[in-house]
Each structure stands twice: as structure tokens, then as C-alpha cells.
Ligand binder design. Sequence first.
Ligand code: ZN
Length: 433
Amino acid sequence: MEQMNRIKELSEELFPQMLDFCQRIVRIPSEPGKEESVAKVYLAELEALGYDKIFTDPWGNVSGIIEGTETGPAILYNGHMDAVPAGDPSLWEGGDPYSGEIKDSLMYEKELQREEKTRVLFGRGSADLKCGAASQIYAGAILLRLRKEGFPVKGRFITSQVVLEENGEMLGTLKLLDHYDEKKIQVNAMVSCEPSSLRIILGHRGRMELRVTVHGKSCHGSSPWLGVNAVTKAAKLILEIEKTVWSNGHADPDLGKSGIALTILEIEPCELCIVPNKCTMIYDRRLVPGETVESAIAEVQEVIDRLAAEDSDFKAEVGLNANLRRSFTGQGAWIESRKEVWKIDRENPFVQACARGIERVGSSVEYGYWAYSTDIPALSDRGIPVIGYSGAQEFCIHTTDEKVRLDYLKESLAGNAAIFLEAAELAESQFHG
Ligand SMILES: [Zn+2]
């Protein structure tokens, strides 16, 4: 296919410019809710590259659209503009976490199956996931060049870079999709640029936060028998919940086992000489196929019911945790922390088209699954097929040595453009998650 050769040439040609863009966005800190400055740079880049439509929505998400020369499916390339905080800069091995410096560094190489010295771009947000986002946006630039040169380009290429991903509730992407619904912007499939080491990612576990509250009765600490200590009651419940979840043994051959971790414990009142009347536990709960948000809540409810039957002083309730999130635009909402499991079959026509695209630009096809969760369930819950694909590598994200291999980055630029051309060949009826 002549187009595929041209994609490879254009990825070579555009890569230096893309790298400059990577450096500019890595140099701007963009913690969740503080993406305003970096969003301006994304918008200006889409404008400079000549995207057909560029827009934001009330929550500050940035979108760009490229129309093909022929009708076809709409493929969304999605990433997030926020990055986790850098923490103490003195802990960063390479110096300033926002330097965006390009240098030699030891990095794992998948063919060699060991580390080697190679050129990397360094800094917070480089791997998770600004450089992946840049290779999506520049895949659009390749398509624009192909269109200009008279190659047929089917369908519609959409890039969206969202706010508030790192909080884990998918709020940015959910609001993006609401906006697309309102504007009647259809999405047939999605490519997420969370770090994948050039593999096609086919799934991750669900994630939810359980909020368990144990109620007691306050009294003076000198006479605890006059009250009910909520923490003492919670102690038993904590052990029983873990025992129950682990012994239920939920697991999946690809995604591994489900998980439960007590992460936050709040005691009220938390004062000397007062027996506390309330103890709240927040759990990080990971779900595998066969489990749902509702079934995970019911599992804890059963433990509560059992303990309440044995002890008339035991009172507790369980539900989903919700957090108040605000976007830099001033929008705010309480959002429940719930993501269902995402898993797509490798025989799915969209997955196969993505694999063909990658192969046609000379890359090898490998599949994998993520340990962490992403915004993807916002799409997969709607029956939209999604894959993960990026040249960034998972092992360094959220660390003080975050970096991206330049050679993988260039490979993913060509890969993203090729994926689009192949996926755009599919008929509308072939898209189902
Ligand atoms: Zn990420």
C-alpha cells in the first residue's frame, strides 16, 4: 500500500517538530484541575497543524477533527492533559522534573529483553501521557498531509485530550462524551494513548471506591462501657471484608485477580477522652469479569448483615464513594468512583484492523493488558470498541524517573496513522465492543 510507505516517510519528517511539541507540553505542570496553561498549547498546536475543527467544551477538554475525503467511521484518539504531581524535585534523578530534557538513558528494550542506552525525553507527564498524546495529534498531521497530497482518506479522525483523568473517576471523558452527544458527534471506536510499550492493550480491571461507614455511640473516654466504640466495631469488619473478598477468589486468566485495599480511614470525633461514634473506611476495589460495581457492594453488605445478626450494637452501611471535582473552567460536580471492567476480544474486527495497520508500517504486533485503570470504560460501557496503544512504557509512570524512548515514540507516530487508515476501511456494522 503506497499510503503506508508515505506514512513512514512523513513520520520521519514530522518527528522533530513533534518532539519540540512534546518538550513544550512536558515543561508545563498540569495537575488535575490545573490544565489551563497546557490546554492553550494543545489548542494552538491543533490550529498550527491545520485541523479542520478545533473546539473545547465547558469542562476544558480539547478536541480536534480531521474530515476524510470519503465517508467512513469516526475514530477517536483520546488522551488526558493532566499529570500527577512531581512531588519533591530533589528526589528526581534527572534534576528538574519539568525540564523536558532529551538525553541518553538506560531503558528497557522489548526485542533485546534487557536495558540499553538510548535517547529519551525526560520529565513528569512525559510517559503518562503527554508524548503519547503528541503522537496521536501528529498522526492527524500525517493524515492532513496525505489528504493534501491527494491520497484517499476515509472517515473522520478525532483527537480529544481531556481534563481530570488522574483522579480516576473518568469525569473529563464522561463530560467529553456528553458534549459529543449534544453536538451529535459520533464515535465508532477509540484508541487510548495510555503507556503500552507499543503493545495493543485489550483490557484492564474495573476500579471503584467503596465507602463503608460504621456507627457507634460517643461517651466519655473514662467510661467506655456507656457507649459503642465505632473503631472497635470497624476493626472486626475490616478483617472480615478482606477475608471474604480474598476467599471468594475472583480472577481472570488475562487480567489477574480482583483486589481490595483499605486506603483511607477516618475517625469521628478524633479527640482525646471521647469514644468515637463514627468510623469511615474507603476501599480501592479492583474488579474482574464476572464482578460488577453492584456485586462488589453486595459482597460487603453480606458481611455487614452477618455481623449485625451476631451483634445488636453493630451498625454499618456500604456504598460507592463520591468526590467533588472541579475543572479549571469553574465547572464542578460530585462524581461516584466507578469503572466497570474493560475487555475486548483480539478477534474483534477493530482490534484486527489496528494490528494490520501496525504490521503494514513494519512494527510487530503484541498484545497485553494493563494493571492500572483508565478512562476507557466510559466508552466500552457504551459498546464502543477500544484499544490502548502508545510508545511510552508503563514501568516509569508516576515515578521520579519518568521518561520516554524516542525510537518507540516515532514508531507509535507511524503506528497511530496506520491504525486509522486500516480502521477507517471497516464498515459501520463491524464496530461493536
Ligand atoms: Zn494516564
